[in-house]
Design a protein. Structure first.
Lengths: 201, 266, 253
């Protein structure tokens, strides 16, 4: 039972994020981890794709411990929005630590620069691939709302969406059901997936 | 008030006192400056304090800290009065100071001259490679003062002529601290410390502090009487020697400082 | 036919976009902000990115010694040692120059400052620079003794810069959290443009900002940018996200 749910999340997510420019996924808290696992599965599939994973819910350290390999993939860059503000000092080549989750502008700059840098590195590499897919994962918007006003998050989100569209970047946004106020933002997405406790809509 | 005229006879050297070399003054002080004493000499402008000080400097073993006159100027004046000049240890702060000022001034005068001499290319080269030499801090004159008055031979007379200079360069509290340190050294040395200071320019409070710190206070005054000036030396304070307080008229003649009449104030 | 305005790129993409290509050619721009707000980095970025396009530049420092400046530059992607070695970017310590001139390096008279200005101009001419930076005029003025001397000096500086053909950035330091653009309040008059590097509070955290206060001859909006000083990429700008809370705060000021 459990496995089939994870399996189906995995399948739905991986297809959806590939075909749609932006995907909003609403998930209950108890399925959050399963969803992450599903997303990470997609992230590992193709090492040519460039991923930026913004974590506001868990620290990078926690992700490292829970998901092990994923944090070592060179094509995946993490942006940890909460460790620095919580006074946790951590360092990693695969992760950028944002000073504070209110520094949303810096967050956007960091995301965009990551794509720029990675793209440059890739175009210098020998086996070039012409169509590199780029993805942003935001986990989660509700968590950003803990630290910021809803108005500013709306502006932030729309800026992220617009910039991504212009640069042809896929955006995967996680909305945790129990987190308040964020669910209206899901409407910005081309495709919405709702994960229920035991099935997917 | 007792009025008393002293006969001009040479006093015998008295134990526990350092003679000023001016007979009548030594008489007035009944033997000289008690050893270990710090004497503040307050002078008003025109009172010829500098002559008194120089004359005192020619007696005994003296360290002379000069701020306004150079060593040579002092020696010239001493020779003019035909005083016997002993081997005086001069600390010539005036020369140090003047040479600093002159250096600064010369620099200023020559900017344009310099400018025309320097090649622009060289200047760019230097400006983009070097390090600015750390700007030489102005010399710490108080440090010189306190260093040169430390570890002296016993019974030495220290003359500071004058404190005005230090007060113009440093803040009053720092000057007071240094003076206090010299006073303590002098006490240990059983010497005499003579500090010259112009009266009425450093503020009443500071003057009071200095008078409080001193064991003895001498004051030189000029008073206009009709068409002439009369000069008075008064002993304003003499710790432990109440009867030495007094006032005397003085003149400056070819031989130097001459006390004429002494009034004792009991 | 539209008149094509001649501009001098700022070295920062976002800023160029906002000002239709860059600073007006030959203008004098005051870059003002508290210490640590990124003024020096911004000026360096201006010079090095200019040098890449073949525009020679000179940076006059007054407070920071040369080795410190270049050391701070080392991490930045825009920095290229070769540009210094080839003379495309010149970094000159004004204190060394004034020492050579025999000036007191800590205190200037009006004549001293004048002589220094002349030299500065001669050096810029000799090197034939297109871009010039003085970092900072606050430190220069600090060496002058009276407000009147400072006024005179700044006006003289203004006239000297006006006749020069290069685009100039002057940095000016203001105490943190102040909303004045200059220490002496006259620097702004001699400049054609003012960039203010400040910060705004958001939920207790300070966000660095850059605002174009004035820029003669360019259509600019006074929108604020969020400013990031990346250890690699230097100064980066992005439009500041505003919330109503935020506007309110600005109103209070």
């Amino acid at each position: 039972m459990q496995d089939t749910v994870i399996e189906s999340i995995r399948e739905r997510v991986s297809v959806a994020i590939e075909v749609n420019q932006s995907v909003g996924i609403q998930v209950p808290e108890n399925r959050h981890k399963d969803l992450l696992e599903a997303i990470f599965h997609s992230m590992c599939r193709n090492t040519y794709d460039i991923w930026t994973f913004i974590t506001v819910n868990q620290t990078f350290d926690y992700l490292t411990k829970t998901f092990k390999e994923i944090t070592k993939q060179p094509n995946i860059k993490f942006i940890d929005c909460i460790s620095r503000a919580a006074g946790i000092s951590d360092n990693s080549n695969n992760c950028f630590f944002l000073e504070s989750p209110v520094m949303l502008e810096n967050l956007i700059l960091e995301v965009m620069n990551n794509f720029k840098n990675k793209k440059e590195a890739m175009s210098n590499a020998k086996n070039k691939k012409s169509d590199i897919d780029k993805y942003i994962v935001i986990d989660s918007l509700g968590a950003l709302l803990i630290y910021n006003d809803s108005e500013i998050i709306r502006k932030f989100y729309s800026l992220v969406m617009n910039r991504s569209r212009a640069e042809n970047i896929h955006v995967v946004s996680i909305f945790v059901e129990e987190e308040l106020n964020s669910n209206q933002l899901i409407q910005f997405n081309d495709k919405i997936i709702v994960v229920r406790d035991s099935f997917i809509d | 008030m007792v009025r008393e005229t002293l006969i001009d006879t040479t006093l015998q050297k008295k134990e526990g006192f350092i003679r000023t070399g001016i007979d009548k003054l030594d008489r007035l002080l009944e033997g000289g400056i008690p050893s270990g004493f710090t004497v503040v000499l307050l002078g008003s402008p025109g009172s010829s304090t500098e002559i008194l000080v120089k004359q005192i400097a020619t007696s005994g073993i003296v360290t002379y800290i000069t701020t306004e006159e150079t060593k040579d100027e002092i020696l010239d004046t001493m020779r003019r009065f035909n005083w016997q000049i002993p081997d005086i240890d001069f600390v010539d702060i005036s020369e140090k100071y003047y040479s600093n000022i002159l250096k600064g001034e010369q620099k200023r005068v020559s900017i344009y001259e310099q400018r025309s001499k320097l090649k622009l290319k060289e200047l760019i080269e230097i400006g983009s490679t070097g390090m600015p030499s750390t700007t030489t801090a102005t010399e710490d004159f108080l440090a010189i003062l306190s260093n040169r008055t430390k570890n002296l031979a016993p019974n030495r007379t220290i003359i500071i002529n004058s404190l005005d200079f230090f007060l113009s360069q440093c803040n009053q509290d720092d000057v007071l601290k240094t003076v206090y340190a010299i006073k303590v050294n002098n006490l240990k040395n059983k010497g005499a410390l003579l500090i010259v200071m112009t009266k009425g320019v450093h503020g009443e409070l500071f003057e009071r502090k200095m008078e409080g710190l001193a064991d003895a206070v001498l004051e030189l005054d000029v008073i206009q009487k009709g068409s002439s000036f009369e000069r008075y030396l008064s002993v304003k304070k003499m710790r432990n020697y109440a009867k030495k307080i007094g006032i005397a008229r003085y003149v400056i003649d070819d031989s130097g400082f001459v006390l004429e009449m002494i009034e004792r104030i009991m | 036919m539209p008149i094509i305005k001649e501009v001098c790129s700022t070295g920062i993409e976002e800023l160029d976009m906002k000002m239709s290509g860059g600073y007006p050619l030959g203008s004098t721009v005051l870059v003002t902000g508290c210490s640590g707000s990124g003024k020096t980095t911004m000026c360096m970025q201006f010079l090095f990115n200019g040098a890449r396009k073949g525009e020679r530049g000179v940076f006059f420092t007054i407070t920071e010694p040369l080795f410190k400046l270049t050391k701070n530059l080392e991490g930045f992607a825009f920095y290229d040692k070769k540009l210094i070695e080839s003379g495309m970017v010149n970094i000159i310590d004004l204190r060394i120059i004034s020492e050579r001139l025999g000036l007191d390096t800590e205190k200037y008279t009006v004549e001293d400052a004048g002589a220094l200005l002349d030299i500065l101009k001669d050096i810029a001419d000799e090197l034939d620079v297109k871009r010039l930076v003085i970092d900072s005029i606050t430190a220069l003025c600090y060496r002058l003794q009276s407000p009147q001397m400072i006024r005179d000096f700044i006006f003289k500086l203004g006239t000297s810069l006006a006749v020069m053909k290069c685009t100039t950035l002057l940095t000016s330091e203001v105490p943190p959290q102040t909303f004045k653009f200059s220490q002496y309040e006259i620097e702004e008059f001699i400049s054609d443009g003012i960039l203010f590097l400040g910060d705004v509070k958001r939920k207790g955290d300070l966000i660095r900002t850059l605002q174009i206060i004035k820029m003669r001859g360019t259509a600019h909006s006074r929108t604020k940018f969020a400013l990031n000083i990346s250890t690699q990429r230097g100064i980066e700008l992005i439009p500041l996200l505003k919330s109503s809370e935020f506007e309110f705060e600005t109103l209070l000021k």
